[in-house]
Design a binder for this molecule. Structure first.
Ligand code: ASP
Length: 365
């Protein structure tokens, strides 16, 4: 009798423990997000609520108070429009690849940024555009370099990825491929803006006066905000757990001899891998190429188990800075965590997800 009573009592206690354990979910936003963000969610390709998108519009010396309120408002409006466009695509179940392409198209079409219309000028006063895109699910990628007649370079990079057997096409060949794919070419003059023309004229004058444009020279005058910045990039995680990254740029102001920077180079300017994260870079491209910056962030996560925050911080604030490189990255990992890391004074940037809503920033913290 006593033994029977003991068993019933123990079963009742076990029942109580199970009820409490399953009923007591932590309802704080972080805990909910962690559950939704579990890696198995992404791997199983089940619809997930941790989708999100981050963009940059270039890093540089933007400081609060130095920009007119009107220009600041223009940047805020365009960054918001672009990020919301991408977010809407993701929310409706669209792919991260589509979201980043459409987001970047908006920035390419705006003369505010150094990509598409409004690109900086080369030393011989032309606009040469570079772009790349990467699919984190398949590791497929596409890139174009030194094109002068492609209105939306990121869209051509996407066509290279999807419709050619190659990863990177440059110059005339890329434009021939574009025509074969039904792209309409624009006149090279489409990309020119008064603001960028004045900037290159100022730089060339300065170069003549000081005998060069070498940043290491004692006579070097750092470029003003109009002269250098505005490369654009975007990374996203979609509801199917797929990551994508893309970058589009006019390159560096006053570039010579067919110079190509990091933006069209997979692993330097752009990288995406569903195992880890998606990254787009902006800054002094030569350093990003030498540091293989975008891939380095992914590798730190894959091989050393670093978090996205720790990996972007290590590469941008330590490795890149120690090399003398300036700039920043935007990144998102396969759980929807986001990072916007820069070692310059500012970086045009925006992000959007369900948990935190819309964020737009320009200056340092
Ligand atoms: N990274 C680009 C390049 O070097 C420029 C930039 O991001 O400002 O071409």
């Amino acid at each position: 009798m006593n033994i029977k009573y003991n068993i019933i009592e123990q079963l009742f206690i076990l029942f109580l423990i199970l009820t409490i354990a399953t009923g007591c979910k932590d309802n704080s936003p972080n805990a909910t997000n962690d559950l939704q963000n579990s890696a198995s969610d992404a791997n199983l390709n089940t619809p997930s609520q941790n989708f999100g998108i981050v963009l940059h519009g270039g890093s540089g010396s933007m400081e609060k108070g130095k920009m007119s309120p009107e220009l600041e408002a223009e940047y805020t409006a365009k960054l918001s429009e672009a990020i919301k466009t991408g977010y809407d695509i993701l929310e409706k179940g669209g792919s991260s690849l589509e979201a980043i392409e459409k987001t970047i198209n908006i920035l390419e079409d705006s003369p505010l940024f150094n990509a598409g219309k409004g690109a900086v000028f080369t030393n011989d006063k032309r606009n040469e555009l570079d772009a790349s895109i990467m699919d984190g699910k398949t590791l497929n990628s596409g890139a174009i370099a030194s094109v002068t007649t492609i209105k939306n370079p990121i869209t051509l990079a996407s066509a290279v990825m999807q419709k050619s057997e190659h990863v990177m096409l440059a110059g005339k060949g890329a434009e021939t491929f574009a025509v074969e794919q039904g792209f309409e070419l624009v006149s090279p003059s489409y990309f020119q803006t008064e603001r960028r023309l004045k900037a290159i004229e100022r730089i060339l004058e300065r170069e003549k006066a000081s005998g060069g444009d070498n940043p290491q020279a004692a006579t070097y005058t750092p470029p003003s905000i109009d002269e250098k910045f505005g490369t654009v990039g975007c990374v996203a995680l979609d509801k199917n757990g797929n990551l994508a990254a893309g970058t589009s740029t006019g390159g560096r102001n006053n570039k010579k001899w067919g110079r190509i920077g990091d933006s069209p180079i997979i692993g330097a300017g752009t990288y995406a891998n569903n195992k880890t994260c998606a990254v787009s870079s902006t800054g002094w491209g030569e350093f990003f190429i030498r540091g293989v910056v975008a891939y380095d962030i992914s590798a730190l996560m894959e091989y050393k188990g670093l978090s996205l925050k720790a990996a972007t911080d290590e590469v941008v604030q330590n490795k890149l800075a120690a090399m003398g490189g300036s700039g920043g990255v935007i990144a998102i990992d396969n759980e929807g965590n986001m990072s916007m890391e820069f070692n310059t004074k500012g970086m045009y940037r925006a992000s959007m997800n369900k948990k935190n809503g819309l964020y737009v920033g320009m200056y340092g913290n």
